[in-house]
Design a protein around this ligand. Structure first.
Ligand SMILES: Nc1ncnc2c1ncn2[C@@H]1O[C@H](COP(=O)(O)OP(=O)(O)O)[C@@H](O)[C@H]1O
Ligand SMILES: [Mg+2]
Length: 372
Protein backbone atom coordinates (compact mmCIF):
# COMPACT_ATOMS: atom_id res chain seq x y z
CA UNK A 1 0.00 0.00 0.00
CA UNK A 2 1.34 3.43 -0.94
CA UNK A 3 2.03 6.03 1.75
CA UNK A 4 -0.93 8.21 2.52
CA UNK A 5 -3.38 5.71 1.01
CA UNK A 6 -6.06 4.73 3.46
CA UNK A 7 -6.59 1.01 4.04
CA UNK A 8 -9.73 0.03 2.15
CA UNK A 9 -12.19 -2.26 3.88
CA UNK A 10 -14.09 -4.94 2.02
CA UNK A 11 -17.60 -3.99 1.08
CA UNK A 12 -19.12 -6.68 3.35
CA UNK A 13 -17.16 -5.42 6.36
CA UNK A 14 -18.23 -1.85 5.66
CA UNK A 15 -21.88 -2.90 5.42
CA UNK A 16 -21.62 -4.74 8.74
CA UNK A 17 -19.90 -1.78 10.41
CA UNK A 18 -22.61 0.55 9.11
CA UNK A 19 -25.31 -1.76 10.50
CA UNK A 20 -23.44 -2.04 13.81
CA UNK A 21 -23.01 1.73 14.15
CA UNK A 22 -26.71 2.31 13.48
CA UNK A 23 -27.71 -0.36 16.03
CA UNK A 24 -25.24 0.86 18.67
CA UNK A 25 -26.30 4.47 18.14
CA UNK A 26 -29.99 3.55 18.46
CA UNK A 27 -29.44 1.50 21.63
CA UNK A 28 -27.17 4.15 23.16
CA UNK A 29 -29.56 6.99 22.45
CA UNK A 30 -32.42 4.87 23.85
CA UNK A 31 -30.25 4.18 26.94
CA UNK A 32 -29.32 7.81 27.45
CA UNK A 33 -32.94 8.91 27.15
CA UNK A 34 -34.12 6.08 29.41
CA UNK A 35 -31.44 6.78 32.06
CA UNK A 36 -32.10 10.50 32.06
CA UNK A 37 -35.90 10.36 31.94
CA UNK A 38 -36.55 7.04 33.72
CA UNK A 39 -35.03 7.49 37.25
CA UNK A 40 -36.64 10.93 38.02
CA UNK A 41 -40.04 9.63 36.83
CA UNK A 42 -39.63 6.47 38.94
CA UNK A 43 -38.58 8.62 41.88
CA UNK A 44 -41.75 10.73 41.54
CA UNK A 45 -43.94 7.62 41.43
CA UNK A 46 -42.36 6.29 44.59
CA UNK A 47 -42.97 9.60 46.40
CA UNK A 48 -46.60 9.54 45.22
CA UNK A 49 -46.95 6.05 46.68
CA UNK A 50 -45.95 7.49 50.08
CA UNK A 51 -42.31 6.46 50.26
CA UNK A 52 -40.06 8.80 52.18
CA UNK A 53 -37.44 10.50 50.03
CA UNK A 54 -33.85 9.57 50.95
CA UNK A 55 -34.88 6.43 52.89
CA UNK A 56 -32.70 3.29 52.62
CA UNK A 57 -35.66 1.36 51.19
CA UNK A 58 -36.25 3.88 48.45
CA UNK A 59 -32.53 4.04 47.57
CA UNK A 60 -32.55 0.26 47.26
CA UNK A 61 -35.62 0.19 44.98
CA UNK A 62 -34.17 2.96 42.82
CA UNK A 63 -30.83 1.16 42.52
CA UNK A 64 -32.70 -2.03 41.51
CA UNK A 65 -34.62 -0.10 38.85
CA UNK A 66 -31.38 1.35 37.44
CA UNK A 67 -29.64 -2.04 37.41
CA UNK A 68 -32.58 -3.70 35.63
CA UNK A 69 -32.65 -0.88 33.06
CA UNK A 70 -28.90 -1.04 32.33
CA UNK A 71 -28.95 -4.85 32.11
CA UNK A 72 -31.90 -5.06 29.75
CA UNK A 73 -30.45 -2.30 27.56
CA UNK A 74 -27.11 -4.15 27.50
CA UNK A 75 -28.82 -7.40 26.57
CA UNK A 76 -30.81 -5.54 23.91
CA UNK A 77 -27.59 -4.11 22.46
CA UNK A 78 -25.96 -7.56 22.26
CA UNK A 79 -29.02 -9.14 20.61
CA UNK A 80 -29.37 -6.24 18.18
CA UNK A 81 -25.68 -6.41 17.25
CA UNK A 82 -26.02 -10.17 16.67
CA UNK A 83 -29.01 -9.57 14.43
CA UNK A 84 -27.11 -6.81 12.60
CA UNK A 85 -24.24 -9.20 11.94
CA UNK A 86 -26.62 -11.80 10.53
CA UNK A 87 -28.46 -9.27 8.40
CA UNK A 88 -25.25 -7.71 7.11
CA UNK A 89 -23.86 -11.12 6.22
CA UNK A 90 -27.05 -12.16 4.41
CA UNK A 91 -27.47 -8.84 2.57
CA UNK A 92 -23.81 -8.73 1.56
CA UNK A 93 -23.97 -12.27 0.23
CA UNK A 94 -27.10 -11.43 -1.77
CA UNK A 95 -25.56 -8.31 -3.29
CA UNK A 96 -22.04 -9.65 -3.73
CA UNK A 97 -22.95 -12.43 -6.13
CA UNK A 98 -24.20 -10.27 -9.06
CA UNK A 99 -21.37 -7.80 -8.48
CA UNK A 100 -18.78 -10.57 -8.51
CA UNK A 101 -20.32 -11.99 -11.69
CA UNK A 102 -20.31 -8.56 -13.30
CA UNK A 103 -16.68 -7.95 -12.34
CA UNK A 104 -15.66 -11.37 -13.71
CA UNK A 105 -17.53 -10.78 -16.98
CA UNK A 106 -16.04 -7.27 -17.33
CA UNK A 107 -12.57 -8.75 -16.82
CA UNK A 108 -13.26 -11.31 -19.57
CA UNK A 109 -14.39 -8.56 -21.96
CA UNK A 110 -11.29 -6.55 -21.05
CA UNK A 111 -9.12 -9.51 -22.02
CA UNK A 112 -10.87 -9.70 -25.39
CA UNK A 113 -13.50 -12.38 -24.72
CA UNK A 114 -16.62 -10.60 -25.98
CA UNK A 115 -18.79 -13.68 -25.50
CA UNK A 116 -18.91 -12.94 -21.73
CA UNK A 117 -22.44 -12.34 -20.41
CA UNK A 118 -23.97 -12.05 -16.93
CA UNK A 119 -27.18 -13.84 -15.87
CA UNK A 120 -30.13 -11.47 -15.74
CA UNK A 121 -33.55 -11.84 -14.11
CA UNK A 122 -32.77 -13.37 -10.69
CA UNK A 123 -31.65 -10.26 -8.83
CA UNK A 124 -33.10 -6.91 -7.86
CA UNK A 125 -34.42 -4.69 -10.69
CA UNK A 126 -31.40 -2.36 -10.36
CA UNK A 127 -28.92 -5.23 -10.81
CA UNK A 128 -30.99 -6.64 -13.66
CA UNK A 129 -30.89 -3.26 -15.43
CA UNK A 130 -27.13 -3.09 -14.91
CA UNK A 131 -26.73 -6.67 -16.17
CA UNK A 132 -28.83 -5.97 -19.24
CA UNK A 133 -26.84 -2.84 -20.04
CA UNK A 134 -23.61 -4.81 -19.64
CA UNK A 135 -24.85 -7.66 -21.85
CA UNK A 136 -25.99 -5.15 -24.49
CA UNK A 137 -22.55 -3.54 -24.48
CA UNK A 138 -20.80 -6.93 -24.73
CA UNK A 139 -23.10 -8.00 -27.58
CA UNK A 140 -22.32 -4.81 -29.45
CA UNK A 141 -18.56 -5.19 -28.93
CA UNK A 142 -18.87 -8.79 -30.06
CA UNK A 143 -20.64 -7.77 -33.26
CA UNK A 144 -18.14 -4.98 -33.97
CA UNK A 145 -15.21 -7.30 -33.38
CA UNK A 146 -16.74 -9.96 -35.59
CA UNK A 147 -17.35 -7.52 -38.44
CA UNK A 148 -13.83 -6.12 -38.05
CA UNK A 149 -12.42 -9.63 -38.32
CA UNK A 150 -14.53 -10.27 -41.39
CA UNK A 151 -13.56 -6.89 -42.85
CA UNK A 152 -9.87 -7.70 -42.57
CA UNK A 153 -10.19 -11.21 -43.95
CA UNK A 154 -12.44 -10.02 -46.78
CA UNK A 155 -10.12 -7.18 -47.68
CA UNK A 156 -7.16 -9.56 -47.68
CA UNK A 157 -9.06 -12.04 -49.82
CA UNK A 158 -10.30 -9.40 -52.23
CA UNK A 159 -6.81 -8.00 -52.70
CA UNK A 160 -5.10 -11.36 -53.08
CA UNK A 161 -6.61 -12.36 -56.45
CA UNK A 162 -5.85 -9.21 -58.48
CA UNK A 163 -2.46 -8.88 -56.80
CA UNK A 164 -1.40 -12.44 -57.58
CA UNK A 165 -2.60 -12.08 -61.18
CA UNK A 166 -0.66 -8.84 -61.52
CA UNK A 167 2.47 -10.34 -59.98
CA UNK A 168 2.34 -13.49 -62.11
CA UNK A 169 1.76 -11.51 -65.31
CA UNK A 170 4.56 -9.03 -64.54
CA UNK A 171 6.97 -11.88 -63.73
CA UNK A 172 6.10 -13.68 -66.95
CA UNK A 173 6.72 -10.49 -68.93
CA UNK A 174 9.95 -9.85 -67.02
CA UNK A 175 11.21 -13.35 -67.76
CA UNK A 176 10.36 -12.91 -71.43
CA UNK A 177 7.83 -15.77 -71.29
CA UNK A 178 4.96 -13.51 -72.35
CA UNK A 179 5.27 -10.66 -74.84
CA UNK A 180 4.22 -7.17 -73.74
CA UNK A 181 1.24 -6.95 -76.04
CA UNK A 182 -2.23 -5.50 -76.08
CA UNK A 183 -3.83 -8.56 -74.45
CA UNK A 184 -1.36 -8.59 -71.57
CA UNK A 185 -1.78 -4.88 -71.11
CA UNK A 186 -5.56 -5.29 -70.89
CA UNK A 187 -5.26 -8.01 -68.29
CA UNK A 188 -3.02 -5.84 -66.14
CA UNK A 189 -5.30 -2.83 -66.57
CA UNK A 190 -8.30 -4.99 -65.59
CA UNK A 191 -6.67 -6.16 -62.38
CA UNK A 192 -5.57 -2.62 -61.57
CA UNK A 193 -9.17 -1.47 -62.10
CA UNK A 194 -10.36 -4.19 -59.75
CA UNK A 195 -7.94 -3.00 -57.09
CA UNK A 196 -9.21 0.52 -57.68
CA UNK A 197 -12.82 -0.64 -57.28
CA UNK A 198 -12.01 -2.39 -53.99
CA UNK A 199 -10.28 0.75 -52.72
CA UNK A 200 -13.32 2.87 -53.71
CA UNK A 201 -15.70 0.41 -52.05
CA UNK A 202 -13.68 0.43 -48.86
CA UNK A 203 -13.66 4.19 -48.83
CA UNK A 204 -17.44 4.18 -49.29
CA UNK A 205 -17.84 1.63 -46.51
CA UNK A 206 -16.00 3.81 -44.02
CA UNK A 207 -18.02 6.83 -45.13
CA UNK A 208 -21.20 4.82 -44.85
CA UNK A 209 -20.28 3.69 -41.33
CA UNK A 210 -19.80 7.27 -40.28
CA UNK A 211 -22.80 8.44 -42.29
CA UNK A 212 -20.85 11.08 -44.19
CA UNK A 213 -21.70 11.28 -47.87
CA UNK A 214 -21.62 14.60 -49.67
CA UNK A 215 -24.58 14.68 -51.99
CA UNK A 216 -24.87 16.88 -55.05
CA UNK A 217 -28.65 17.13 -55.31
CA UNK A 218 -30.56 18.47 -58.28
CA UNK A 219 -34.04 17.85 -59.68
CA UNK A 220 -33.81 14.89 -62.02
CA UNK A 221 -36.56 13.00 -63.90
CA UNK A 222 -37.13 9.57 -62.38
CA UNK A 223 -37.48 8.12 -65.88
CA UNK A 224 -33.97 9.32 -66.73
CA UNK A 225 -32.51 7.63 -63.63
CA UNK A 226 -34.21 4.34 -64.52
CA UNK A 227 -33.31 4.54 -68.23
CA UNK A 228 -29.64 5.25 -67.59
CA UNK A 229 -29.30 2.46 -65.05
CA UNK A 230 -31.02 -0.06 -67.31
CA UNK A 231 -29.07 0.96 -70.41
CA UNK A 232 -25.73 0.32 -68.68
CA UNK A 233 -26.68 -3.30 -67.96
CA UNK A 234 -28.42 -4.29 -71.23
CA UNK A 235 -25.36 -6.00 -72.78
CA UNK A 236 -24.62 -8.08 -69.67
CA UNK A 237 -28.26 -9.15 -69.33
CA UNK A 238 -28.39 -10.07 -73.01
CA UNK A 239 -25.20 -12.13 -72.61
CA UNK A 240 -26.70 -14.12 -69.73
CA UNK A 241 -30.15 -14.43 -71.30
CA UNK A 242 -32.08 -12.55 -68.59
CA UNK A 243 -34.78 -10.14 -69.66
CA UNK A 244 -34.42 -6.56 -68.39
CA UNK A 245 -37.15 -3.92 -68.55
CA UNK A 246 -37.41 -0.39 -67.17
CA UNK A 247 -40.36 1.98 -66.81
CA UNK A 248 -41.23 5.14 -64.89
CA UNK A 249 -43.92 7.80 -64.60
CA UNK A 250 -43.20 11.46 -65.29
CA UNK A 251 -42.14 12.43 -61.74
CA UNK A 252 -39.01 14.37 -60.80
CA UNK A 253 -36.90 13.80 -57.71
CA UNK A 254 -34.34 16.05 -56.03
CA UNK A 255 -31.38 13.72 -55.67
CA UNK A 256 -27.72 13.08 -56.42
CA UNK A 257 -28.14 11.42 -59.82
CA UNK A 258 -24.74 9.76 -59.70
CA UNK A 259 -25.31 8.24 -56.25
CA UNK A 260 -28.83 7.06 -57.13
CA UNK A 261 -27.26 5.55 -60.28
CA UNK A 262 -24.80 3.74 -57.97
CA UNK A 263 -27.67 2.32 -55.88
CA UNK A 264 -29.69 1.20 -58.92
CA UNK A 265 -26.56 -0.18 -60.57
CA UNK A 266 -25.89 -2.32 -57.52
CA UNK A 267 -29.49 -3.56 -57.34
CA UNK A 268 -29.60 -4.38 -61.06
CA UNK A 269 -26.21 -6.09 -60.92
CA UNK A 270 -27.30 -8.15 -57.90
CA UNK A 271 -30.55 -9.11 -59.64
CA UNK A 272 -28.57 -10.32 -62.66
CA UNK A 273 -26.20 -12.33 -60.48
CA UNK A 274 -29.05 -14.01 -58.62
CA UNK A 275 -31.40 -14.69 -61.53
CA UNK A 276 -30.83 -17.72 -63.75
CA UNK A 277 -30.99 -17.45 -67.57
CA UNK A 278 -34.57 -17.16 -68.79
CA UNK A 279 -35.59 -15.05 -65.82
CA UNK A 280 -36.83 -11.46 -65.76
CA UNK A 281 -35.81 -8.29 -63.97
CA UNK A 282 -38.09 -5.28 -63.91
CA UNK A 283 -37.11 -1.76 -62.80
CA UNK A 284 -40.07 0.51 -62.10
CA UNK A 285 -40.13 4.15 -60.96
CA UNK A 286 -43.25 5.56 -59.38
CA UNK A 287 -44.15 8.86 -57.76
CA UNK A 288 -46.39 8.47 -54.74
CA UNK A 289 -47.52 11.03 -52.17
CA UNK A 290 -44.46 13.23 -52.41
CA UNK A 291 -41.93 10.42 -52.58
CA UNK A 292 -40.34 8.43 -55.34
CA UNK A 293 -40.27 4.68 -55.20
CA UNK A 294 -38.01 2.73 -57.52
CA UNK A 295 -38.34 -1.05 -57.35
CA UNK A 296 -36.05 -3.68 -58.81
CA UNK A 297 -37.93 -6.98 -59.01
CA UNK A 298 -36.36 -10.24 -60.14
CA UNK A 299 -37.61 -13.78 -60.65
CA UNK A 300 -34.41 -15.30 -59.27
CA UNK A 301 -33.17 -17.09 -56.16
CA UNK A 302 -35.13 -15.08 -53.62
CA UNK A 303 -34.22 -14.76 -49.93
CA UNK A 304 -35.17 -16.45 -46.67
CA UNK A 305 -36.46 -14.31 -43.79
CA UNK A 306 -33.06 -14.54 -42.09
CA UNK A 307 -31.25 -13.51 -45.26
CA UNK A 308 -33.65 -10.60 -45.76
CA UNK A 309 -32.67 -9.31 -42.34
CA UNK A 310 -28.99 -9.57 -43.09
CA UNK A 311 -28.40 -8.62 -46.75
CA UNK A 312 -27.75 -5.01 -45.77
CA UNK A 313 -25.07 -6.00 -43.26
CA UNK A 314 -21.51 -5.19 -44.16
CA UNK A 315 -19.84 -8.07 -46.04
CA UNK A 316 -22.88 -10.31 -45.78
CA UNK A 317 -23.29 -12.76 -48.67
CA UNK A 318 -25.81 -15.57 -48.82
CA UNK A 319 -23.32 -17.83 -50.56
CA UNK A 320 -19.83 -16.87 -49.53
CA UNK A 321 -17.71 -18.97 -51.87
CA UNK A 322 -19.70 -18.42 -55.02
CA UNK A 323 -20.31 -14.71 -54.45
CA UNK A 324 -16.59 -14.20 -53.99
CA UNK A 325 -15.76 -15.96 -57.20
CA UNK A 326 -18.31 -13.79 -58.93
CA UNK A 327 -16.54 -10.71 -57.60
CA UNK A 328 -19.11 -9.57 -55.02
CA UNK A 329 -17.73 -8.48 -51.67
CA UNK A 330 -21.05 -8.08 -49.86
CA UNK A 331 -20.81 -4.34 -49.29
CA UNK A 332 -22.88 -3.10 -52.23
CA UNK A 333 -26.16 -3.15 -50.33
CA UNK A 334 -24.58 -1.67 -47.19
CA UNK A 335 -23.36 1.30 -49.19
CA UNK A 336 -26.64 1.52 -51.13
CA UNK A 337 -28.72 1.67 -47.97
CA UNK A 338 -26.45 4.33 -46.45
CA UNK A 339 -26.76 6.36 -49.64
CA UNK A 340 -30.55 6.03 -49.58
CA UNK A 341 -30.58 7.17 -45.94
CA UNK A 342 -28.24 10.07 -46.71
CA UNK A 343 -30.98 11.22 -49.12
CA UNK A 344 -33.51 10.94 -46.28
CA UNK A 345 -34.96 7.85 -47.94
CA UNK A 346 -34.76 4.10 -47.42
CA UNK A 347 -33.83 0.83 -49.09
CA UNK A 348 -35.77 -2.30 -48.20
CA UNK A 349 -36.24 -5.82 -49.51
CA UNK A 350 -39.15 -8.22 -49.73
CA UNK A 351 -39.19 -11.77 -51.00
CA UNK A 352 -41.85 -14.46 -50.80
CA UNK A 353 -39.06 -16.96 -50.07
CA UNK A 354 -36.22 -18.91 -51.67
CA UNK A 355 -36.66 -19.55 -55.38
CA UNK A 356 -39.42 -17.02 -55.81
CA UNK A 357 -37.51 -13.84 -56.59
CA UNK A 358 -36.95 -10.65 -54.62
CA UNK A 359 -37.98 -7.00 -54.76
CA UNK A 360 -35.70 -4.21 -53.60
CA UNK A 361 -37.45 -0.88 -53.03
CA UNK A 362 -35.60 2.43 -53.01
CA UNK A 363 -37.63 5.29 -51.58
CA UNK A 364 -36.52 8.91 -51.99
CA UNK A 365 -38.22 12.04 -50.65
CA UNK A 366 -38.18 15.45 -52.32
CA UNK A 367 -40.39 14.59 -55.23
CA UNK A 368 -42.48 16.66 -57.57
CA UNK A 369 -45.50 14.95 -59.00
CA UNK A 370 -45.70 14.63 -62.76
CA UNK A 371 -47.18 17.71 -64.38
CA UNK A 372 -49.95 16.87 -66.79
N1 LIG B 1 -31.69 -9.89 -56.02
C1 LIG B 1 -31.16 -10.72 -55.12
N2 LIG B 1 -31.61 -11.99 -55.00
C2 LIG B 1 -31.07 -12.81 -54.05
N3 LIG B 1 -30.09 -12.47 -53.21
C3 LIG B 1 -29.60 -11.23 -53.30
C4 LIG B 1 -30.10 -10.28 -54.25
N4 LIG B 1 -29.42 -9.12 -54.10
C5 LIG B 1 -28.55 -9.34 -53.10
N5 LIG B 1 -28.64 -10.59 -52.62
C6 LIG B 1 -27.84 -11.17 -51.52
O1 LIG B 1 -27.34 -10.11 -50.74
C7 LIG B 1 -25.93 -10.20 -50.63
C8 LIG B 1 -25.33 -8.84 -50.47
O2 LIG B 1 -25.42 -8.08 -51.66
P1 LIG B 1 -24.38 -6.94 -51.91
O3 LIG B 1 -24.25 -6.14 -50.65
O4 LIG B 1 -24.72 -6.20 -53.15
O5 LIG B 1 -23.03 -7.73 -52.08
P2 LIG B 1 -22.42 -8.51 -53.30
O6 LIG B 1 -23.24 -8.15 -54.51
O7 LIG B 1 -21.05 -7.95 -53.37
O8 LIG B 1 -22.45 -9.94 -52.94
C9 LIG B 1 -25.51 -10.92 -51.86
O9 LIG B 1 -24.29 -11.59 -51.69
C10 LIG B 1 -26.63 -11.91 -52.06
O10 LIG B 1 -26.41 -13.02 -51.27
MG1 LIG C 1 -23.81 -6.21 -55.08
Amino acid sequence: MADGERPRLAWGTRTFLAFAVVVAASVLSAAVVALIVGPPLFHEHLLELGHTGGSAEMAHVEQAFLDAGVRSLGAGLVVALGLATLLAWWETRRLRRPLDELAAAARRVESGDYAARVPVGDGSPEFDALGEAFNGMARRLDATEESRRRLLSDVAHELRTPLSTLTAELEAIGDGLVPWDREGHELLAQQAARLQRIANDLNDVSRAEEGRFELDRHPVPVALLVEQAVATFRPRYAAKGVELSGEADGGTVVADAQRVGQILGNLIENALRHTPPGGQVRVAGQTLRGETRITVTDTGEGLTADQRDRVFDRFYRTDTSRARDAGGSGIGLTISRSLARAHGGSLTVTSPGPGTGATFTLTLPGTTLPTS
